[in-house]
Design a protein around this ligand. Structure first.
Ligand code: ADP
Ligand code: MG
Length: 339
């Protein structure tokens, strides 16, 4: 096991930032910690790194109990959102820093720095200072620096969070490729569900200091364990159960809510058994996707997302009456929703 977190809690005053979290992260895997701002991701990561002390619970790193070990003893690579490069050192000196600190032989350091520059695709930038690099380049150097002493574990706290959307997308792909080369056990924190899904083999969804679900991106999306997960990992329509979207037998109580992804709505122009009548209220063109706002007889509105082909086949127009059928829905009880 790469990392094992056992019943870890951390309070700030009476506030529970991390609340009895247990987790297992396999050796060599790339796992995303996904959750909204304030859900305890950084606190958990900092406890794994040894930067924060848990109130209760234990942390095992590569098979050893590390709960009482210092940051230095844990030998973990760490990259934060804000560039932590030393401004007065060149790229090469930044990468060499922790090896120099540990008095690695000079020729070894020189060789390792060149290897790392190549690994993060920064050959030719070794003599520049951080101020002469773009944000994305600085984060790549920060990653090279964190990998210099070959840590068994790499922790990344929203490493691309401060970069613009295009660079962030490129770096996701880059990180995946890098991970398939070095296979270091990596925990990647993000509040962006798309980023988590694109980067990680496995996602840990956090909410209010607790783990809501652990699973592959597909499992989390197609089979959300809780209401929170369903609404956090992708768009969703939430409807009362009585509007007839699901067959009555599926709803257990009148207070149940039906959750329906906008991509999972079949639209037909002719009525049929089990199809619900709605009016097209608004049509929004978003490039490759068309969003259609629909109004039920009860007045509730819901969104359906269609591909351009589907949209053109249907020839939808505003004010038209159409018939919808869910491809799949999930019902969560209202009591659960309030958890
Ligand atoms: P995330 O990284 O998911 O955004 P954090 O782990 O940073 O969340 O924070 C979780 C909660 O704990 C937040 O509500 C935050 O305000 C609180 N918190 C974090 N660090 C401290 C601290 N040193 N003192 C008091 N509250 C803190
Ligand atoms: Mg954070």
């Amino acid at each position: 096991m790469g990392i094992r977190v056992e019943n870890i809690s951390k309070h700030y005053g009476t506030f529970r930032a991390v609340d009895d979290v247990s987790l297992e992260i396999k050796n060599g895997s790339l796992v995303a910690l996904l959750g909204p701002s304030g859900s305890g991701k950084s606190t958990l990561l900092r406890m794994i790194a040894g930067l924060e002390t848990p109130d209760a619970g234990q942390i095992w790193l590569v098979g050893e109990n590390a709960t009482y070990r210092s940051v230095q003893q844990r030998n973990i690579g760490f990259v934060f959102q804000h560039y932590a490069l030393f401004k007065h050192l060149t790229v090469r000196e930044n990468i060499a820093f922790s090896m120099d600190l540990r008095k690695h032989p000079k020729h070894h350091v020189r060789q390792r720095v060149e290897e790392l520059l190549e690994l993060v695709q920064m050959q030719g930038f070794g003599d520049r200072y951080p101020s002469q690099l773009s944000g994305g380049q600085r984060q790549r150097v920060a990653l090279a620096r964190s990998l210099a002493v070959q840590p068994p574990i790499l922790l990344l706290d929203e490493p691309f969070g401060a970069l613009d959307a295009k660079v962030r997308k490129d770096l996701r792909v880059w990180l995946r490729n890098l991970h398939s080369e070095v296979h270091v056990t990596t925990v990647f924190v993000t509040h962006d569900q798309e980023e988590a899904m694109e980067v990680a083999d496995e996602i840990v969804v956090m909410n209010q200091g607790r783990v809501e679900q652990v699973g592959s991106p597909a499992e989390i999306y197609d089979n959300p364990a809780t209401l929170f997960v369903m609404s956090f990992v992708g768009p969703v329509n939430v409807l009362p159960s009585h509007v007839g979207i699901v067959p009555n037998k599926n709803a257990t109580s009148p207070s149940d809510k039906v959750f329906l992804r906008p991509h999972d709505i079949l639209i037909k122009t002719e009525p049929s058994e089990n199809a619900v009548s709605v009016i097209v209220e608004r049509i929004i063109h978003l490039g490759w996707e068309i969003r259609v706002e629909l109004v039920l007889q009860s007045g509730e509105t819901l969104n359906a997302y269609l591909s351009r082909e589907q949209f053109h086949q249907l020839q939808l127009r505003k004010g038209q009456r159409v018939y919808i059928q869910p491809k799949q829905t999930k019902v969560f009880s209202a009591a659960y929703a309030l958890r």
